[in-house]
Ligand binder design. Sequence first.
Ligand code: IPD
Ligand code: CA
Ligand code: CA
Length: 290
Amino acid sequence: MLPDRAAIPTDLELAMPHKPQIEHALQRCTSQELRRLLTIACETAFAAGQLIKDRFHQPHDIRMKGTINLVTETDLASEALILETLAQKTPAVPIMAEESTQSMGVRSQPLYWVVDPLDGTTNFAHGVPHFAVSIALLENGRPKVGAIYHPMLDELYCASIGGGAWLNDRRATVTQTNELINGLVATGFPYDIDQTLPKVIRQLERVLPVVRDIRRAGAAALDLAYVACGRLDGFYEINLQPWDTAAGWLLVEEAGGQLSNFNGGPYSPFVPQILATNGRLHAALLQRLQ
Ligand code: IPD
Ligand code: CA
Ligand code: CA
């Protein structure tokens, strides 16, 4: 059952003033409800981003979730802030969040938030200033609004369904690159690389020689945001989680790009393959990944 409309507040009073950088995106929302939801997603991502930025130069308390999979006190603090804010603004909407492992259960709900409180934790922990907060709202398995905030650059990427993709106050659009050899493509390496190395190497061997270059910047949400705003022509990765991709998925679609799994079928954040491109390069990249 969808939450009662009344559960989504109409008289939104956010703790912080609207960032002028989201005004254009808000104006293009196709309904008042989307406008409210996008405001919540953006303002919450922005607040969490400030928290992360404030802690960037401090020493970190690092714990291991796996051999190479880190979590810091800042991931947890960011997630706590986001959960509290969303629970206050949309009390009836459940939340799937990376560091709240039991929250995967909300997947069966028709409407829920999907949160990565700090995408690019390895960068953050090593002092590399490339990471983001990612927040999306999924309805019946599809994103309605999405926000990705890069606090070190004060770049807020956001999208609402039918309302376009935005980078701060500028419309985001994918590139027009037609030839793979002119394309800059990003990828990432999964935390279970000890199991997946042969597959990852095979994909690199197939893609690297036919594109201009490959980037592995370390934050999948930003990789998708960069495809949406035309800094990259494509992105692929295996074994990502819904919180890595949900907001970026909507951004790429609203920016005119294309997403699929490696069979060319519709993208689902619950299938561990993502190919996102400017559309023009999709078939050619897909053929390299199949
Ligand atoms: C990771 C980053 C990375 C990707 C990993 C993700 P995290 O997210 O997005 O770029 O390659 O697979 O898990 O752990 O920093 O939130
Ligand atoms: Ca992530
Ligand atoms: Ca994370």
